[in-house]
Design a protein around this ligand. Structure first.
Ligand code: SF4
Ligand code: MSK
Length: 642
């Protein structure tokens, strides 16, 4: 590879481990990656990018060309088409998160009905809390009966026909009142997704504001419904995470071990997969095959789930899924649902890696499918582990690359445990956090979350934004692939605060031993951020609503429809939310104006778009400062750094 080509690759990722594998991949003409396919795709369709292509009926496809075809065949304007396309993205994202939530509740049901011997209630306190929130009487002391009632109540949220989604009541009173007055309170989770699809059918809802308002309600059914249920029931079943140490990046793959990767989003099988990999007979089998041990590592949010609860190492984030296989060190990759590139099957064919799909919802052409059922989870997991071990002696030393890079991190923070730290273990309270913001040691807090995208230098925006925020005394919480990026960049170690955080944040990190960037888990764990924001309001001193708080959110390398839904439920909850690239609606000035301006009058939050992560961080800081002024708080204790 020439020096010029190497330089081009540097722009592709900020992560040295990824670059090392990518450089080698580019020397092999049989290998493709998301980056090479992205290059091949250029130029991408401008109508798609602007959101003004419509193909929802067979009079189309229609595309808006100002001055030539200002409307579709049916008369739909660019505003209608862009808004409809966008809320369909929300519906798909909300469906993905929420269907995940529903599956977790089914696992709980089967666990307590005895059909499911591999699962049990691990966090009884969390179950009791959820029961209280659902108004279920927890007084009879029978854990399984309580779990059954909570499972029934949770499932009912999906198909609710009357009333509103119960967990929206966890929001501050002012927020709940606003949603009610504005007709934004979500009803059943499935109902909001279905109604969004109905309204965007040909010839139904065409007022872009009205369409987008339904998008907000649908997104709320995700954030405060399906996603929140997913997180809480996972905590009930698998245990609520607590801070722990782990390692992250491709360097976690071990030369002498059988390397098994779990990838996707749902933790039900990977939880027992971790257990299966510790089975003495399977360990013995691995030794017979010449390996010293079995090494389970993760990619994407399945990784985050088992990192948070077991400290299992993370091999990488979204754009590293192909690279992990390209190291030639992975015996088996087991995938479930969401964010799994169809290209993996071709990549795996070039190496010895066995690729196995497991979800009844997701099959891939040419890929072996071992269907997972909660009823025989451990048995299935053991079979898959065994298959991986069996593949160890097929590893080809000539095709091996082992990047050294791996970083330590502390993960496992939740909306509960962060404040055990800040308040002292015996007094779990948000008071120290609120006081730190009120007295100006902390300027505020920010949630930086979401995906990678080959349209943006991999990890660069996440890590540069986080660094700029912590330098200015903004505490950062992170989830999903953003959290993995920050972990790889070393930002999730407490000592990093001494070098990179502002004086106020450094003082707090020193006092309580937390990193300046906190790993809050997977994509569905964005609900932990909603809970955190509600708890800050409830603690007092920072206003009456989430929109009063000196906080901001960002998804600076977003890619998926789930990210669109997440962005919308944060904005609908009152949070200023920054994305690097706009949604595909730029073909409608009115829709763009609505999202970046008018929407604030409705919900108190709005979107902003900025590709430069440093500039974007300062837009978030400016917003946080405005909120401080509105609250009459003193200016920050320490000077702002630009
Ligand atoms: Fe074209 Fe209207 Fe049909 Fe869309 S709904 S494809 S704009 S005719
Ligand atoms: S995995 S949704 S690429 S964060 Fe949750 Fe990462 Fe985005 Fe998938």
């Amino acid at each position: 590879m020439s020096d010029n080509e190497k330089e081009e690759n540097i722009k592709k990722s900020a992560d040295p481990a990824s670059l090392e594998v990518l450089d080698l991949a580019e020397e092999d003409e049989d290998l493709q990656s998301a980056w090479s396919r992205y290059d091949d795709m250029q130029p991408q369709c401008q109508f798609g990018e602007d959101g003004v292509c419509c193909r929802i009926c067979n009079m189309g496809p229609c595309r808006i060309i100002p001055g030539k075809s200002d409307t579709g065949v049916c008369g739909a304007t660019a505003d209608t088409i862009a808004a409809r396309n966008l809320v369909r993205m929300i519906a798909a994202g909300a469906a993905a998160h929420s269907d995940h939530g529903r599956d977790v509740v089914h696992t709980l049901t089967e666990a307590i009905e005895g059909e499911d011997p591999d699962y049990e209630v691990k966090d009884y306190d969390k179950l009791k809390k959820l029961a209280r929130d659902f108004g279920v009487n927890e007084g009879n002391g029978k854990k399984d009966r309580l779990a059954k009632e909570v499972a029934d109540e949770s499932l009912a949220e999906f198909g609710r026909q009357e009333g509103d989604i119960t967990l929206t009541e966890r929001a501050p009173d002012e927020r709940y009142k606003l949603w009610k007055e504005e007709g934004l309170l979500p009803r059943g989770i499935d109902r909001e997704v279905v109604e969004t699809m109905h309204r965007t059918h040909m010839g139904v809802d065409t007022d872009y504001r009205h369409v987008l308002k339904q998008g907000l309600r649908c997104a709320l059914s995700d954030g405060w419904g399906g996603t929140m249920i997913a997180t809480d029931v996972q905590d009930v079943l698998f245990g609520t995470p607590e801070p722990l140490q782990a390692r992250v990046n491709l360097g976690v793959l071990e030369e002498d071990a059988v390397n098994l990767i779990v990838h996707g989003h749902e933790p039900a099988l990977s939880e027992v997969f971790v257990e299966a990999a510790r089975d003495p007979e399977l360990l013995e089998f691995a030794r017979e095959k010449g390996a010293e041990s079995i090494n389970v590592a993760g990619i994407c949010c399945t990784a985050n789930e088992i990192l948070m609860r077991h400290g299992i190492p993370v091999a990488g984030n979204f754009l590293q899924q192909e690279l992990a296989i390209m190291t030639g060190m992975v015996e088996l990759m087991m995938v479930d649902v969401q964010c799994i590139m169809p290209a993996l099957s071709d990549t795996a064919k070039n190496f010895h890696t066995d690729l196995i799909s497991t979800s009844p919802k997701a099959k891939f052409p040419g890929v072996e499918h071992k269907e997972f059922s909660e009823k025989n989870a451990l048995e299935t997991a053991k079979e898959i582990v065994k298959k991986g071990i069996d593949n160890f002696d097929n590893r080809n030393p000539e095709k091996q690359t082992l990047p050294d890079q791996k970083e330590d991190l502390i993960g496992g923070f939740t909306s509960e445990s962060v404040f055990d730290f800040l308040g002292g273990t015996y007094r779990s309270t948000y008071r120290p956090l609120n006081d730190a913001i009120i007295d100006g040691r902390l300027l505020g807090a920010a949630g930086v979350v979401g995906c990678n995208n080959p349209d943006t230098c991999h990890d660069y925006n996440h890590t540069e934004m986080a660094k700029e925020l912590i330098k200015n005394d903004v505490l950062v919480v992170s989830t999903g692939c953003s959290a993995i990026a920050d972990g790889k960049a070393g930002l999730m170690k407490p000592e990093v605060a001494f070098d990179l955080a502002g004086e106020g944040l450094e003082e707090i990190c020193r006092a309580v031993g937390i990193p300046p960037v906190l790993h809050l888990g997977s994509c569905v764990d964005n609900s932990r951020i909603l809970t955190l924001l509600s708890n800050m309001v409830a603690e007092g001193g920072l206003g009456d609503d989430i929109s009063d708080l000196p906080v901001a959110g960002a998804a600076p390398e977003w890619m998926s429809e789930k990210a669109v839904s997440i962005g919308f439920y944060f904005v609908a909850s009152g949070v200023y939310t920054l994305l690097n690239k706009p949604f595909p609606v730029t073909g409608s000035e009115k829709v763009m104006d609505y999202l970046t301006d008018d929407i604030e009058d409705l919900v108190g939050g709005k979107f902003a778009f900025e590709e430069d992560p440093k500039k974007a961080a300062h837009m978030m800081i400016d917003h946080i400062e405005t909120k401080r002024e509105e609250l009459g708080l003193k200016s920050a204790m320490y000077a702002k750094t630009s």
